[in-house]
Design a protein around this ligand. Structure first.
Ligand code: KG4
Ligand code: ZN
Length: 813
C-alpha cells in the first residue's frame, strides 16, 4: 500500500515536483506533511526531465514508485503543449500504478506557494501566457486560507489590469498588493505602471515565489477538494477525467468564431473545454473476425470500422427496423420503448458508417445479468459484431456486481449457441415451447461475469515463452495525426484495435488543425487505451497491464504536439506499470500493416507509402533495414486528393469521396499531366497535377460549364495511378524485390490497389495490400512493429522525446 502523494507541473518554464505523506484519508482532515518540494527551470524540457526527476525525488526519500498512492497534476493554464505533457504523463502514471489522479489550477498552486511563505493580504499573480498575454489572478490570503473570485482567464496585461484594479477596489481591499508570477519577466513595466496610475500601493514578490512548486500543488489540491477554488474540481480520481485548463479555443476556432460574430451570426457562449470528450470510439473489426475469403479479396473488400455506443430513445426506430426484418421478431416498438423507461438496463448499438447494424440489451434481474436480446442486421452478420456487443455489454454490466449471466436462445440458432459457448456460457436446461410464434424450445444458458481476479489469472495463463518469439503481447498507442488509436496484439494476432477519430472536429476547417488534434488526443487517450485493454478479453474482460510484455508508441514522424501527448502518456504508463516502452516510426507502422495481413511477406520488398503526409517508395533489403528510393518533392498523394476534393466543394477528407466518384467516371475524359513519369528517378511531384485539376475546374466554372465530377475525379485519379504504377514497377525490377507492399491511407483507394496488383502480377511479384482498417492510421500496425522488435531492440528511456521528421533509412534490428 502506497503512502505518498506525488505532485508535478510542467506548464511553464519551471518544472515542479512535490511529495507529501498520504494516508489515503482526505488531506484536509489533518495537517499534511510535505516531504519534498522542488521548482527549477526546465524550459521546453519537461518531457525529457520529468520522470527521472520523480524517480530522483522518490529515491532521496528512500521511496520507490510503488509508494505513490495518488497523483496531483497542475492543469494549467500555461503553455498548451507544456500543460499537456504534464497532464498526459500524470494520466499514464496514475493508470499504470492504478492510483487516483487529481488536477488543480496552476494559478491556485502559485497562490498557495505565496501563502506558504507566510504572506498575508492581497496578491496579484500574473502568469506568462505567451503571445503578449498573461493569466491574471487576484487572491486574498488570510490566516493561511487562500481565496479568489474569478476562474482562470487570459488577456493583455493592460486590459486585464483594468478588471483586476476594479475587483481590488470593489472588494474594499486596502494595504499593499503583492505582485508575483513569471508574467512579470516580460510585462513588469506595463503591470507596474497600471497599478501606480491607479494609485494602488504594490510590492514585487521575491522572484523565487513566482513559479509554481510541488508543495503549492499539493496545498492547492487540498483547497480544491474542499471547494476552495473557482476552477471546478473533479473528485473521481479517474485519470480520464482530468484535463488541461484552457482559457481559449484553438486559434482556428477563435478565428472562425470572430468571423461569425463579424457576420452577425449567433455563436454559442464560449465554454471551457468540457471534461468529457465528444470523440466517438471506433472499434475496427478484429482480424480474426474477418470472413474466410481469399486474402486478396479480403484486402479489397474488408469492412469499415464499427462504432459501439449506448443506445438512446432516438435510436428506437432503427432498432425496430432491424427487429422487424428478423425471421422471428420478438421485440415490438412498444416493448423497446418501455425499455428506455427502465433503470438497470444497458442497450448497446453497433453502427457501420452511421447506420445501426446490431444491438444488444442487458438487464439486472434479481441479482443476475440477463441478456434480453442480441441481434444483427444481415449486412453485419459474420463480422464479429454480435461478439463485440456481448463483450461490451458484459463489461458495462460488471458495474452491477453480479456473478451470473443468463440468456435464452432458440435451440435452432446454432451460430448464437456457438458464440455464447465461446464466451464461456454453458447449457443449463430447456424451456419447452418457449417461443410463442412457432412453439420452439428455448435453450437456457448461463455464464460467469468475470471478476478482475479471474481476468488477471486468465490473461496470465499463457506465459510469454509459450507464445511464439514475435508473439509478444503489446499495447500500442498512435497519436501522430488526427486519430487517437490503441491496440493490443499478440505477435501477428490483433486482439483489439480501437480508433477514436477526430475527423469531424477538423472537417470544417478543411484539414487537420494541429492544436485541435492535440486537445482531442488528451481527451481521448485514457478511454481509448482502456477500451483496447477492455475489449481484448475472451472470455475475461480488462486485460491487466501485468499481462503485457511491452508497450509501444509512435514517436515520429508526425505533428509534434500530437505525438507528444501519446508519448508522454505511454512513458507515464511504462513508469507506472514497469513495462518496457518501444518508440516506433509511424512509416514503418504503415509498412507493417501489410505484415498483419500477410505474415509470409519476405524481404527484399518494395513498399509504396501513400498517405496524407507521405508519398515514398521504400526498399527493404532485409528485415528492419530501409532505403528510401524516392519521395514527393511537394504535395503528398492524400493531400492532393483532399485538395482536389476541396476545389470541387467536397468535404474533408476528400480522398475517399474522390475515389467513390471516380468509379463511375471516365479516366480518359480529361488529359491531366503525369508529372515526372519519365524523370528516370523515384521522385514524385503532385502539386502540378493538383494545380492543373484546380485550374480546369475554375476555368469550367468561369465559362459557366457544367462540371462532370465523376470524370474529373477519375481522370485525376488515373494520372496519379499511372505515375505511381510506373515508378513502382521500375523499383521492383531494379531492386529484384519479391514482394510489393502498398501502405498508408491512400492504399484504401481501390483503383490504385487494382492498378498496382495487375502490374505486379505481370512481373510475378507478390502483392500485399492491407485490409482497409489497417490502411489509415491505427495502433495495431504500431504494436505489430514492436512485436518484431522486443527481442532485439532497446526500449526507450525516460528522456525520450517525439520528433516531427524521421526517415526510415537506418537499421532498426
Ligand atoms: O495514413 P492516413 O490515415 O494519415 C496519414 O498518415 O496521413 O492517410 C489519410 C489520407 C487522407 O489524405 C485521405 O484523403 C486519404 O488518405 N485517403 C484516400 C482514400 N482513403 C483515404 N485517398 C484516395 N482514395 C481513398 N480511397
Ligand atoms: Zn499515417
Amino acid at each position: 500500500m502506497g503512502k505518498v502523494l506525488l505532485s508535478f507541473d510542467t506548464g511553464g518554464d519551471f518544472l515542479a515536483v512535490g511529495i507529501a505523506r498520504y494516508t489515503g484519508e482526505p488531506l484536509s482532515a489533518h495537517p499534511f506533511d510535505i516531504l519534498s518540494s522542488e521548482s527549477f527551470p526546465a524550459p521546453r524540457r519537461a518531457n525529457i526531465m520529468l520522470l527521472s526527476k520523480i524517480d530522483e525525488a522518490l529515491a532521496q526519500l528512500d521511496l520507490d514508485r510503488g509508494d505513490i498512492a495518488a497523483v496531483v497534476v497542475g492543469r494549467g493554464p500555461g503553455s498548451f503543449t507544456g500543460v499537456r505533457i504534464g497532464v498526459a504523463t500524470a494520466k499514464g502514471i496514475a493508470r499504470g500504478l492504478g492510483v487516483p489522479l487529481y488536477g488543480v489550477s496552476t494559478v491556485d498552486a502559485i497562490a498557495r506557494r505565496i501563502a506558504a511563505s507566510g504572506y498575508e493580504g492581497w496578491a496579484f499573480i500574473a502568469a506568462d501566457a505567451m503571445r503578449k498575454e498573461i493569466y491574471p489572478a487576484l487572491v486574498r490570503i488570510d490566516a493561511g486560507a487562500v481565496s479568489r473570485a474569478r476562474k482562470d482567464y487570459v488577456g493583455k496585461p493592460e486590459d486585464v489590469l483594468i478588471d483586476v484594479i476594479d475587483e481590488f477596489r470593489s472588494s474594499g481591499a486596502d494595504g499593499t498588493l503583492l505582485v508575483a508570477g513569471n508574467g512579470l519577466l516580460k510585462h513588469r513595466d506595463s503591470i507596474v505602471s497600471s497599478l501606480s496610475e491607479a494609485g494602488i500601493a504594490y510590492e514585487l514578490a521575491e522572484e523565487s515565489l513566482w513559479p509554481v512548486d510541488g508543495a503549492g500543488l499539493i496545498a492547492a489540491y487540498v483547497d480544491a477538494a474542499n471547494g476552495g477554488s473557482p476552477e471546478p474540481f473533479v473528485d473521481t480520481g479517474r485519470p480520464g477525467d482530468v484535463l488541461p485548463i484552457y482559457t481559449r479555443m484553438a486559434d482556428a476556432e477563435e478565428t472562425e468564431r470572430a468571423k461569425k460574430i463579424a457576420a452577425g451570426d449567433s455563436v454559442p457562449a464560449y465554454e471551457k473545454a468540457s471534461d468529457r470528450s465528444g470523440v466517438g470510439i471506433l472499434v475496427a473489426p478484429d482480424a480474426d473476425d474477418a470472413p474466410d475469403a481469399p486474402v486478396a479479396d479480403q484486402a479489397l473488400e474488408s469492412a469499415p470500422a464499427v462504432i459501439l455506443r449506448s443506445l438512446v430513445p432516438s435510436d428506437i426506430e432503427a432498432m425496430v427496423a432491424i427487429e422487424e426484418a428478423l425471421e422471428h421478431p420478438e421485440w415490438t416498438r412498444g416493448l423497446i420503448h418501455a425499455e428506455f423507461e427502465l433503470i438497470n438496463r444497458i442497450w448497446i448499438g453497433a453502427f457501420l458508417q452511421g447506420e445501426l447494424v446490431g444491438f444488444a440489451g442487458f438487464a439486472d434481474l434479481a441479482g443476475d445479468v440477463h441478456v434480453l436480446d442480441v441481434v444483427t442486421a444481415p449486412r453485419a452478420r459474420r463480422t464479429g459484431v454480435a461478439r463485440k456487443l456481448m463483450l461490451t455489454g458484459m463489461q458495462r454490466a460488471l458495474e452491477w456486481r453480479t456473478n451470473k449471466i443468463t440468456l435464452e436462445v432458440r435451440v435452432s440458432n446454432a451460430p448464437a449457441v456457438k458464440l455464447y459457448e465461446s464466451l464461456g456460457f454453458v447449457q443449463a436446461g430447456v424451456r419447452p415451447s418457449y417461443y410463442s410464434d412457432n412453439r420452439e424450445d428455448a435453450l437456457i444458458m448461463w455464464g460467469e461475469m468475470v471478476s478482475d481476479e479471474i481476468a488477471q489469472a486468465w490473461w496470465s495463463s499463457v506465459s510469454a515463452q509459450e507464445r511464439a518469439e514475435d508473439g509478444a503481447r503489446i499495447l500500442a498507442l498512435e497519436s501522430s495525426c488526427d486519430e487517437t488509436a490503441a491496440a493490443v496484439v499478440e505477435g501477428n494476432t490483433v486482439v483489439s484495435n480501437v480508433i477514436a477519430s477526430q475527423i469531424d472536429f477538423h472537417a470544417r476547417f478543411g484539414g487537420v488543425v494541429p492544436e485541435i488534434a492535440s486537445r482531442k488526443h488528451i481527451e481521448a487517450v485514457t478511454g481509448v487505451v482502456d477500451e483496447a485493454l477492455g475489449l481484448s478479453g475472451t472470455p475475461a474482460f480488462s486485460m491487466p497491464l501485468s499481462a503485457l510484455d511491452a508497450l509501444a508508441v509512435t514517436d515520429c514522424p508526425g505533428l509534434v504536439g500530437a505525438l507528444v501527448v501519446g508519448l508522454a502518456f505511454m512513458k507515464g504508463l511504462g513508469f507506472g506499470c514497469a513495462k518496457p516502452l518501444f518508440g516506433i516510426n509511424h512509416l514503418e507502422g504503415h509498412i507493417y500493416a501489410n505484415i498483419l495481413a500477410h505474415p509470409e511477406i519476405e524481404t527484399p520488398f518494395v513498399a509504396l507509402l501513400v498517405s496524407g503526409g507521405h508519398t515514398s517508395l521504400i526498399h527493404s533489403p532485409e528485415p528492419g533495414f530501409y532505403r528510401t528510393l524516392g519521395e514527393t518533392l511537394d504535395d503528398a498523394t492524400g493531400e492532393a486528393f483532399d485538395k482536389v476534393a476541396k476545389a470541387l466543394g467536397l468535404p474533408y477528407p476528400g480522398g475517399p469521396i474522390i475515389s467513390a466518384l471516380a468509379e463511375t467516371g471516365d479516366p480518359c475524359a480529361i488529359a491531366f499531366p503525369r508529372a515526372m513519369m519519365r524523370s528516370g528517378d523515384y521522385s514524385f511531384s503532385l502539386s502540378g497535377l493538383k494545380t492543373a485539376v484546380i485550374t480546369y475546374i475554375h476555368k469550367a466554372q468561369e465559362a459557366g460549364e457544367e462540371l462532370d465530377h465523376n470524370d474529373i475525379a477519375a481522370s485525376f485519379q488515373q494520372a496519379v495511378i499511372d505515375v505511381q504504377v510506373a515508378k513502382s514497377v521500375r523499383a521492383v525490377q531494379e531492386t529484384g524485390a519479391k514482394w510489393f507492399l502498398l501502405a498508408g491511407g491512400v492504399a484504401a483507394n481501390k483503383a490504385l490497389r487494382e492498378g498496382l496488383t495487375r502490374a505486379m502480377e505481370r512481373l510475378d511479384v507478390n502483392v500485399s495490400v492491407p485490409p482497409f482498417e489497417y490502411c489509415t492510421d491505427n495502433a495495431a500496425m504500431i504494436a505489430r512493429v514492436a512485436a518484431a522488435r522486443v527481442a532485439h531492440d532497446a526500449p526507450l528511456d525516460f528522456t525520450a522525446d517525439a520528433c516531427a521528421h524521421a526517415p526510415l533509412d537506418f537499421p532498426k534490428i
